[in-house]
Every structure is written in structure tokens, then in C-alpha cells.
Design a protein around this ligand. Structure first.
Ligand code: C2O
Ligand code: CU
Length: 438
């Protein structure tokens, strides 16, 4: 399990005589020419946060708020973020989910740094050279830390681009008895001018998938996990299933009728875009529970990819299922990888430059949102059906019961990288291993 790591320091990417310390694999210290430095300090602390509905949450927070401050940057900027901790006894870190930072900035306690304990501090620095929608969260006792509120969004916009007239970042997060979308619980209303370009950045910060349904307008999914799709077509009346940890960027042109984004087919949960000057009642959204699900493996148009996945240098397979493993030193029937639990799952060893093929087999009855740090993976196939639409790069892919996924990635970011189930309860039970550059 993910022990509280407060001593011993970051590890060395060792193996056969390698001497590089992960602590030395740090980000740029200057922005790109023309960029600026975005400095923030985030202070982790416990807080009772009153949600807009009036409901109080006993939370673990960054800066006393839910979600934590939204971090935004323009491509080429330098992000410099000082993390402090007031009273989170377990310690905290910042992990930049889906952002391929240098390893020393990755915020994985025990692999890349020590957790920041009360009174401590860690400065993260990296260049925002990856455009798109991402999020950050603690990686120290991430279950329960993330669930209790240690999360926020990171959005990087291209330098040359008109922002959409309405651009909403909508992280979804479930507390014991409240669901927060953006910084609202319940339903949010945003006025939108008919004809206006709208971009909705959907972020699932929970441990289970969510289903979104957009009623009243056709739309396109233009990016998955921060990476643009190739020629995504317009769709309507389809559901979008978003894996734990995943992000979809959805664009539409505002019509002259209200548009509802429903969460989990619930008419009382989601976002309502109301045309400006709209008068009268908002019509009740339709029942979306029987809408088919958009299959991203067959969405958009094919395009060249930077490698030939049929000629991989390494091939790893993980089989996910419950097994008798040690949890907190005691035998328990728990979430496992190839029959073992962390930390006794062997590391996956790669050399820099390797093309790696990775097969994930789910033999269990639960969904496992698989997440690899530091590298986006190209989806090759699911259950033997090849991905036939736009190249699909993801950092978290949902392997449902019985499914087999084949993905590939280039080992181009040296260090030690965690590779785990993003159902954080499963991760906590031991469904986590390491990819190590040898
Ligand atoms: Cu969202 Cu290992 O992280
Ligand atoms: Cu899992």
C-alpha cells in the first residue's frame, strides 16, 4: 500500500550501475522566449468549506478552497509553484496528472520526493509546453487525500489562439454527500450568447467513471486527456463516459435554446447554459439514460503516429485481479497486479528511447482506470478491435471487467514513474507498480 513516506528521500533510477538521482531530474528554470513566469504558493490545510448550497464539508484543501486554485498558463510560460503544508499530518505533494513534467517534479512520494509534512515546503518548476486540460492532486496517501479535497485543475492554452467566448473548466468531485462541479454543488447556470463558441473542459477527479450527456446541441470532443483529436466529427444524443482521472474537451456553438450538461443522467446535477435574453422556464432536459455511448476508438480520422507499434523494444503485460497479498503487512484478498501487491510487484525496466508495448488484462469484476505517469500512451486496441479513428492518446484508460487493452508509448522521459489504478482505493490496496529507466 501507499505508505506515508516522509524519510529516505527520492530514489535513484538505479538497476545496473545507473547513477542518476531522480532528485536531479528537474524542470527548466526559465520560461521559453516570450513566456512569463507564473508564481503561486499553495498551502495545504484542513478546512471546513461551505459549498454554495450551504452544505459544509470537512475537507483537506489547497488554500482552504474546493477545488484548489485553478492554475492556468500560456504555452511556454514557466510554472513555479511552492507547496506548503500547515496541518495535513499525513503529508502532501503535487502530482501533475497527465502533464509530462521531468521526473523530479512529478510529486510521487517515495519515488521522486519526500512528502511535504507540516511546516515543510517543496518548489515545483516546469515549463508549460504541453497545451490542454490537466489536473493536479496530492499523491501522498492519495486515498483519502484526493477524495477529501486535495485537487485542482491545470489548463494551458496555446500562445496563438482565440479563446472560446465561454470557456468553462469543470472538475467533478464527489464528497460524502455532495457532488461539486467546478466550484458549485448542484446545478450551475451560465449565460451564453446564441452563436457563441463554447468550450467545456470536463475533468473527472473521482475514483469511478462519470457519464456526461449534453442535451440541446450538437458538439465535438476535440481533445482527450489534453491531447487534440484529429478531425473529430459533430455528434449529438450520445453519452460520454469519462474515466477516473480523465479529461474531455467538448466544443459547441451555443444555440438559441438552453443546453444542459447532465452528470450521470441526473437532471439536478450538471451545468445549464442559458441563452442570454432567454425568458420563461427552462425546459426539462430529456431522459438521457438510454443514449448510446460515444466510442472514442472509432471517432475522428486516422493520422500518422510517431512510431510503428508493431516493432516494440519491450512488451509488458499486467493482469488485474484480486489476489491474496500483503496489505499493511497482513495477508488480505486485495486488488493485485499479476497476483501481487505493491511494493512486491517487480519494476518494469526500460531504456531511454525504447518503444514499449503494454497490455492490460482485467480479469476482475471491477473497472480499473489505468494510469501511467510521465508518458501519454497511444491506444492500439481493445479486446482485439483496433482503434480506427483519430490517434487516441490517453493518460488514463478505463479497463472494464473482462477487457484487454493494448497500448504503446515511447520511453522518452527518464526516471522512476508510478503506474497504477486510478481508483485510488485500489491503488491504496496495492494496485501500483513502477516503470524504471535502467
Ligand atoms: Cu492522478 Cu498517480 O495519479
Ligand atoms: Cu482498479
Amino acid at each position: 500500500p501507499e505508505a506515508v513516506v516522509t524519510g529516505g528521500g527520492p530514489r535513484r533510477a538505479a538497476g545496473s550501475g545507473a547513477t542518476v538521482s531522480v532528485a536531479d531530474l528537474r524542470g527548466a528554470r526559465e520560461p521559453a522566449p516570450g513566456g512569463t513566469t507564473r508564481r503561486h504558493t499553495l498551502t495545504a490545510r484542513t478546512a471546513t468549506v461551505r459549498l454554495p448550497s450551504g452544505h459544509d464539508v470537512d475537507a483537506w484543501t489547497y488554500d482552504g478552497q474546493l477545488p484548489g486554485p485553478a492554475i492556468t498558463a500560456t504555452e511556454g510560460d514557466l510554472i513555479e509553484l511552492t507547496l506548503r503544508n500547515t496541518d495535513i499530518e499525513d503529508g502532501v505533494t503535487l502530482h501533475w496528472h497527465g502533464y509530462d513534467v521531468p521526473c523530479g517534479e512529478d510529486g510521487a512520494p517515495g519515488a521522486t520526493q519526500d512528502a511535504v509534512t507540516p511546516g515543510g515546503e517543496f518548489v515545483y518548476r516546469f515549463r508549460a509546453d504541453q497545451v490542454g486540460t490537466y489536473w493536479y492532486h496530492t499523491h501522498q496517501t492519495s486515498h483519502p487525500g484526493v477524495r477529501r479535497g486535495l485537487y485542482g485543475t491545470l489548463v494551458v492554452t496555446p500562445r496563438q489562439a482565440e479563446p472560446a467566448e465561454l470557456d468553462l473548466t469543470l472538475p467533478v468531485h464527489t464528497f460524502d454527500d455532495a457532488v461539486v462541479i467546478g466550484n458549485q454543488d448542484g446545478r450551475t447556470v451560465h449565460p451564453a450568447r446564441p452563436g457563441a463558441p463554447v468550450r467545456l473542459r470536463l475533468v473527472n477527479t473521482d475514483s469511478d467513471p462519470h457519464r456526461f450527456a449534453l442535451t440541446g446541441a450538437a458538439f465535438r470532443v476535440v481533445a482527450v486527456d489534453g491531447r487534440d483529436l484529429n478531425q473529430p466529427g459533430e455528434v449529438r444524443d450520445v453519452g460520454l463516459r469519462l474515466p477516473a482521472g480523465g479529461r474531455y474537451d467538448v466544443v459547441l456553438t451555443m444555440p438559441d435554446i438552453p443546453v444542459a450538461l447532465l452528470l450521470d443522467n441526473d437532471r439536478d446535477r450538471g451545468v445549464l447554459l442559458r441563452p442570454t435574453e432567454h425568458t420563461g422556464d427552462d425546459p426539462a432536459p430529456p431522459d438521457t439514460s438510454d443514449w448510446p455511448e460515444l466510442d472514442l476508438l472509432h471517432y475522428g480520422e486516422p493520422a500518422a503516429v510517431p512510431f510503428d507499434a508493431d516493432h516494440a523494444d519491450r512488451h509488458f503485460t499486467v493482469v488485474l485481479d484480486r489476489a491474496l497479498t500483503l496489505v499493511d503487512g497482513r495477508p488480505a484478498y486485495a486488488q493485485a497486479v499479476n497476483g501481487r501487491g505493491h511494493p512486491s510487484i517487480p519494476d518494469q525496466l526500460v531504456a531511454e528511447g525504447d518503444l514499449v508495448r503494454f497490455t492490460v488484462v482485467n480479469r476482475s469484476l471491477e473497472t480499473h482506470p489505468w494510469h501511467l505517469h510521465g508518458h501519454p500512451v497511444l491506444i492500439l486496441s481493445r479486446d482485439g478491435t483496433r482503434s480506427s479513428g483519430s490517434p487516441l492518446w490517453m493518460d488514463t484508460f478505463d479497463v472494464r471487467p473482462g477487457e484487454v487493452w493494448e497500448v504503446a508509448f515511447r520511453a522518452d522521459n527518464p526516471g522512476i514513474w508510478i503506474n497504477h489504478c486510478h481508483n485510488l482505493v485500489h491503488q491504496d490496496q496495492g494496485m501500483m507498480l513502477q516503470l524504471v529507466y535502467d
